[in-house]
Design a protein around this ligand. Structure first.
Ligand code: BG6
Length: 469
């Protein structure tokens, strides 16, 4: 892929620069890009947040955040990166902030004698998106400083709160920014193991012919995390598990598994196939809605910034279907939870058993089914279970596995945020969701949210497999 804008001066403006995502992911991903020479030589990163900090204090905060990653880079490169960081304090909800920011960015450009490309990265509470879009546009910050430069905006999920608010937000965003300026983020799309689903499916003759309802019995998508919500109480109380990971990460995992061959790797082709899958999610019937499990881990209500009587879910499981000939009748089981007994984020394809001369059952009377698992956490890998002859005089079978682990490669495994930030700079939108995808996912999720409104969750003990079913 050509780096058309790669060498031009760049300013990345992080809204919410002192927040959790910025500290745990963005600042480290930018350091990795900077230290491996993937950022334009003249790049500045401006952190923006309400907290009063000097540039030096922000740099110290960034140093602390990236120290946790145990530097893999020469110290001089890390210092070079830290020297790129600047800080601007202000309140995004205040109108005066934006003309002030415009002046600040102009001064930054003037000091360098450039007209830099601008990437605005919104890592803030979703409720702040709308005023930020409006003010960026009204204060002229959405307009490039010269004809050849660009302005782009990257927006974190969840984009909206339900179908209506997402549609309204998208309308606002697309009225103020052109589609090619907009990068809607779902970092799961940029995981090596997710992209590999496409490569694996469409480059191996072995699986694609049986990738359909005739041969696949069910698909299971799990998003189990052992930790609680930590310091994200405010965010989580507003969002809950279904909006946090269901509306986006899990449905995108489903889209990658279920999509048809896009016939090309062009962004439009891949995005159109994902859109087709999400648009084919069959709405849940009233009975199915009633069977969606809503859970909450036992200590959730004692977490910081969480209401004592919160009904927010930290767990859900549901079964969905696709109205596509390839998948008719195949259940897709989605499950996600915090405070679980294990860290396991994966997709398992369960193939139908075959009845042959060997029979369909193994020695312990279990039906033999091949399973193919794409794992994203705790490590990125692929595992296939198959059956082989057990040693001995009989024809008894036993289960064996083929597996492939990304960590075994020699090249450093790139973090999803590195890839996303680099793609924002390159202008490649393949790994970003379209407005249509976001709308289709909300269309599917919103009736569940409505059905759940103020409904008590089932409480499950911390570090267990979730509510008993
Ligand atoms: C984020 C969610 O989008 O993804 C978090 O907001 C979740 O709640 C996280 O923990 C998981 O991402 P990863 O890359 O750490 O598996």
């Amino acid at each position: 892929m050509a780096f058309s804008s790669h060498s031009e001066p760049l300013t990345i403006i992080i809204f919410g620069a002192t927040g959790d995502l910025s500290r745990t992911k963005l600042l480290a991903a930018l350091m990795d890009l900077s230290c491996s020479g993937c950022l334009p030589a003249d790049t500045r990163i401006v952190g923006v947040a309400r907290k009063e900090l000097t540039d030096e204090e922000f740099q110290a905060m960034a140093r602390k955040a990236i120290d946790r990653k145990a530097h893999e880079h020469p110290p001089e490169r890390v210092e070079e990166y830290l020297a790129r960081l600047r800080y601007l304090s202000g309140d995004f909800t205040e109108y005066e902030m934006y003309p002030m920011m415009a002046q600040y960015l102009q001064a930054q450009d003037a000091e360098r004698g450039v007209c830099s490309n601008k990437l605005y990265y919104l890592s803030v509470q979703p409720s702040l998106y709308e005023p930020i879009f409006e003010q960026l546009a009204h204060s002229g910050l959405s307009i490039p400083c010269a004809g050849v430069s660009w302005v782009r905006i990257a927006v974190e999920k969840p984009f909206g709160h339900d179908s209506e608010s997402a549609a309204q937000l998208d309308q606002k965003l697309t009225a103020l920014f052109a589609e090619e300026q907009i990068f809607r983020i779902d970092h799961y799309l940029a995981k090596e193991a997710m992209e590999n689903i496409i490569v694996f499916r469409f480059s191996n003759a072995l699986f694609e012919p049986s990738w359909n309802a005739e041969h696949i019995e069910s698909v299971h998508i799990r998003f189990l995390e052992p930790n609680g919500i930590g310091s994200r109480g405010n965010f989580y109380e507003d969002v809950g598990a279904l909006r946090d990971v269901g509306q986006n990460h899990l449905l995108q995992m489903l889209a990658f598994v279920a999509m048809d061959d896009p016939k090309s790797l062009a962004a439009d082709a891949i995005r159109a196939e994902r859109e087709k899958v999400l648009g084919a999610l069959v709405p849940l019937s009233p009975d199915e809605l009633a069977s969606v499990v809503k859970g909450q881990y036992a200590s959730y209500r004692t977490e910081a910034d969480v209401a004592e009587d919160s009904t927010i879910e930290t767990y859900f499981t549901l079964t969905t279907h696709l109205d596509l000939p390839r998948w008719r009748g195949v259940p897709f089981v989605l499950e996600a939870g915090k405070g679980m007994h294990e860290h396991r984020i994966d997709i398992t394809i369960v193939f139908k058993p075959i009845d042959s001369c060997i029979g369909s059952k193994d020695a312990s009377d279990e039906v033999r089914k091949n399973r193919l698992t794409f794992t994203m956490q705790p490590e990125e890998s692929i595992t296939l279970t198959f059956f082989a002859k057990k040693r001995g005089f009989s024809m008894a079978t036993e289960e064996k596995t083929f597996s492939f682990n990304y960590a075994e490669g020699t090249e450093r495994l790139r973090d999803a945020y590195e890839k996303l930030l680099l793609d924002c700079i390159r202008g490649d939108q393949t790994l970003f969701t379209t407005g249509k995808e976001v709308a289709a996912a909300w269309r599917y999720i919103t009736p569940i949210l409505r059905h759940w409104h103020n409904r008590e969750p089932v409480i499950y003990e911390d570090n267990t497999p979730g509510p008993a079913r």
